[in-house]
Design a protein around this ligand. Sequence first.
Ligand SMILES: [Zn+2]
Length: 746
Amino acid sequence: MNGKQLCIHGHFYQPPREDPWMDTILPEGSAAPATHWNERICEESYAPLAWARRLDGQGRIIEIMNCFEYMSFNFGPTLLTWMERKAPDVYARVLEGDRASLARLGHGNAIAQIYHHIIMPLATDLEKRAEIAWALADFESRFKRPAEGLWLSEAAVDMRTLDLLAQAGVRFTILAPRQAREVADVGQLNWTQAHEGNLNIREPYLVELPEGRSIAVYFYDGPLSQAVAFEGLLRHGDAFWGRLSGMAGQGLLALATDGETYGHHFRFGEMALAFALSQARAGVEGVELTNYAAYLAENPPKRRARIHENSSWSCAHGVERWRSDCGCATEHKPGWNQRWRGPLRDGLNAVKTRIDNHFMHLGAQLFRSPEEALIAYGRVLSGLDTDKEFSTAQLRPDLSPDQQHTAWKLLTMQKWALSSFASCAWFFDDLGRIEPLNALTFALRAMQLGRRTGLDDLEPLLLSYIGQASSNDPALGDGLDLWNHEVRHRRETTETILAQALIRLWAEGRLPLPGGSAEVPWPGLSVQVRVSGEDDQGHSTGTACITWTRESGTDEHDWTWELPNGGDPFAGCIRVGDTGTKCVPAAYIPWGKRQALALAWVRRVEAETWQRQVEESRLGAHLFLPFREAQHTQTGDECWDRLWSPLTWQWIMGEVTASRDFLGFLLERGREHPERHLLARRVGHALVDLLGRPKPDCQLVRRLLERAASVGLEPDLRKAQNLYWTRLRANASALEAGLALGFAPE
Ligand SMILES: [Zn+2]
């Protein structure tokens, strides 16, 4: 390393938003038309960073860069869990970025992050140990190596957390410059108060810990990070690069921001980043790209630092933002306050204390050591250990099956209880937001598991605190109102689970006939539905088995499904057990879950409708007769216009020959046709299918694109371009397809 060292870090994180029963993320209305915010931000930021375009002067692609290969980054474990399931192509690029940087620098770009993004100084010792252990297990399972660094949620830090990190083998973390309290040279006692003048943020510092341990701390460049995050420095790639190369010099220039800054907060920010990274990669102006771990290996700290205990990067008052009305807010609306933060923190703490006592007390009979079992549970969640390996190592021998079920339930209870402390619940301005309500929902689930394992009902305890908190929106009321209207009814019961299983089978068009059965899987549970027939009033009847993931054991139930005339499933109700029990309306299912069912229905019906339209309009091009003299549009053009989408599809896919008048009609009607964007996406998917084949027909790809251009349709090419870049560009016979997809000639 001889050049000017540069490290750009992105902290990529989304709050846990899983439904704690289904363990799946439900639709969030504010993210529409995307299903929820993970999906939306993945489209706007994570995917663009994984495939960042670099263009030539004519707008042709010269490179698709994987920014994760050249930037330092951390992803929250709960976000990566979702990404692995739902955006596996982006996930693969994240892993690949780390592998490539490891090969290039000897140290990978990825660092770990506190598992549930909790505020560590506010956590108990056991919570701290669990959050670190789970984070490191998750990291190792994904990146196939131990983490060298770890990102502290909100950079919130205390000495105990640093010591636990060091004990776990973590070598460094990253803080804001104002978290430094005093500095001195290594081996000297010349401690002086830290300030801008004597804090050299270009070098790592050593923080000394008990029993001779230590950890390195980097302080990122505050003003530069601020300029990237909030002052629009990403608007122009060359301006961004100019600032970076102008500032790089002695030591390490490091900036750290939320990763979502690139692409989500600033559209096309990933292109500015890719430009700067490509300049540094080429060594322009003597700049070299590195990461924190690689720099540390070559530059051991020469100076020591003491930190401000209980400080963070996003609250000037320490860590008050996550427990009091300290004045920190995102919007500062007149007349608003954040006094709700105290009762929310105290209420969740009170519940957690009871849950911990229950876990320790009952767990003492089930685990060899409850503490160690909780720490080791992260290895099960990450897949490093199988359930069986965990049981052998952690459960007491000779437990009955019931006792084993209880042990697993206790661990699930702790998982959701920890989720309720994700920092975002307190970060924003109001109790009525989605984040605090989700935190309460996680607590609800943990309390439910507590009850199922013999703990008292903790709801009155939680409500005695939450009742003291109020939303700033009078329409939402106080904590009790929010609990009653928004949280309590999210609790799943046998009735609501079976109602969702039946409605989903109906929505997906796979409700079995009498005598048949079908499975409805969610990550957190699955339901095996068996239909037996009809009762004397004509209602469907059957049985169902509910199996909870990792809680073992199944519950079997009889059910009757009462649907009104017309068949609206949300107007129906479900009866579980014998006919004496009450019929629970499907309307009780919370909005997010009903929206998920509605989405399953609309996706299936739309796909079937499209298939039918394509099939039925197959001969349209032949029946679209050429115009007679002085004819300007087609006879009955409104009817033809309704079929624009399937007719255009057939032309582009090469399934028809067509007259000039037909193509002119498609071109003219397509300019502002409401189905234009949907069709552009369909053609994009078709191209991905073609390019993904073992031996893609690149001539066909070129012809499809030419036919699309002939009727003025611009297919959505992003994914096809990504696929070409990663799989085909080295293949000379694919060159023509590359040019057609918008790549510059080599
Ligand atoms: Zn504050």
